[in-house]
Design a protein. Structure first.
Length: 329
């Protein structure tokens, strides 16, 4: 009998691409070298866009959604992976060009796999997921630029979301001052609990601002884009830097060159999807060293595959706090 298992599949329909729970068998999966049994995945903003169809993330259909997975190798034609190896995958085009994580089993290219970091369980690695590992990449970008040498303050935008919450925890772990910019000021207690030393309403950054403003920040991590990023750059001190990874508020960048050419402010772009393995290893080592496990547990919710359609609507509406682990199977 052919074993069937649940998966979240995006299909072409008469009304356009639609995501829904279905059942697959191993014969349906792509013919890549490594078969992984997936125990946990997670919910990211991009997963929300893919499932709701609010942006065309899947570039071929049908497509199994889900950009993050943790699981165990079942079989492998690649010498570097053996049955029983515990692995994670973040990005690499999953849910875009490669079948992704919201499935009990998946076949993957061997170069996509990373060994599960020894300091984390599969569930913890997915509580971190792409959002948390991207927060770590942003911290690394600031560190490599020399921006973390002083006490701050550092601005974190989209503070109550996935990238934002873990960015706050990582910066606070270094004893740095962190200002959390959020649309949910009711979450002030939660954000201070993660280590934010101040909380501001995101409305102050969302409107068009002057090209150069009072120098407030040594640096920052931006998950929002648009006017928020332009204002963050205009408020950064001489020689500082903003690591930009997101577009939750818009993909435009309505600013000027003035902060860059008059204050030597740097805009550090951060991509997680095609990030080389060596840099991923640095990001996960930073997370293993600096991320407080109790804070991680406090910002994480757990859900099931069947919850994804509703969760996807909520994350694109900016209503998900912290991170969501998806328990598969
Ligand atoms: P979340 O939805 O968890 O967090 C985004 C946060 O941004 C929200 O919680 C909210 O925070 C804020 N926000 C939402 N909508 C708006 C808006 N219209 N205007 C201003 N702020 C808004 O998403 P993730 O943490 O998973 O991802 C954050 C961003 O980073 C996304 O754009 C995502 O695509 C991007 N990203 C990029 C990666 C890369 O490789 N470059 C990797 C991972 C994520 P609050 O309520 O506190 O205001």
């Amino acid at each position: 009998m052919t074993r069937r298992f649940p998966a979240m599949l995006i299909r072409e329909t008469e009304g356009g691409p639609r995501a829904g729970l279905t059942e697959l068998s191993l014969a349906d999966l792509p013919d890549h070298e490594v078969l992984v049994e997936i125990s946990h995945s997670s919910l990211n903003y991009k997963d929300g866009l893919a499932i709701t169809g609010k942006a065309r993330i899947a570039r071929r259909l049908p497509m199994v959604a889900g950009i993050d997975l943790a699981g165990v190798v079942v079989s492998s034609r690649a010498p570097q992976w053996q049955p029983g190896d515990q692995v994670i995958v973040n990005g690499w085009g999953l849910s875009e060009t490669e079948w992704g994580a919201y499935s009990r089993f998946q076949r993957l290219k061997p170069e996509f796999l990373t060994r599960l970091p020894a300091g984390f369980s599969a569930a913890e690695a997915m509580a971190i997921g792409t959002a948390g590992y991207t927060a770590a990449l942003c911290v690394l970008a600031l560190e490599d630029h020399g921006t973390l040498a002083g006490p701050g303050p550092f601005l974190v935008t989209g503070a109550a979301g996935g990238v934002g919450t873990i960015a706050i925890a990582l910066l606070a772990a270094r004893g740095l001052e962190v200002t959390a910019s959020t649309g949910r000021v009711s979450e002030e207690g939660f954000l201070r609990g993660l280590g934010a030393t101040a909380v501001t309403d995101r409305a102050s950054l969302a409107a068009p601002g002057k090209p150069l403003q009072a120098e407030l920040w040594a640096g920052g991590i931006d998950a929002v884009g648009s006017h928020t990023l332009a204002n963050a750059l205009a408020q950064t001190r001489y020689g500082g830097a903003i690591a930009a990874c997101g577009l939750a508020g818009g993909a435009d960048l309505p600013g000027t060159v003035m902060p860059h050419i008059l204050r030597s402010v740097a805009l550090l772009g951060v991509d997680s999807v095609m990030c080389p393995q060596a840099r991923r290893a640095r990001a996960w080592a930073l997370l293993e060293r600096d991320l407080d496990r109790a804070k991680l547990a406090g910002l994480t919710h757990r859900a099931k595959l069947a919850d994804l359609p509703q969760l996807a609507e909520q994350i694109v509406a900016g209503q998900i706090r912290g991170r969501t682990v998806i328990e598969i199977g």
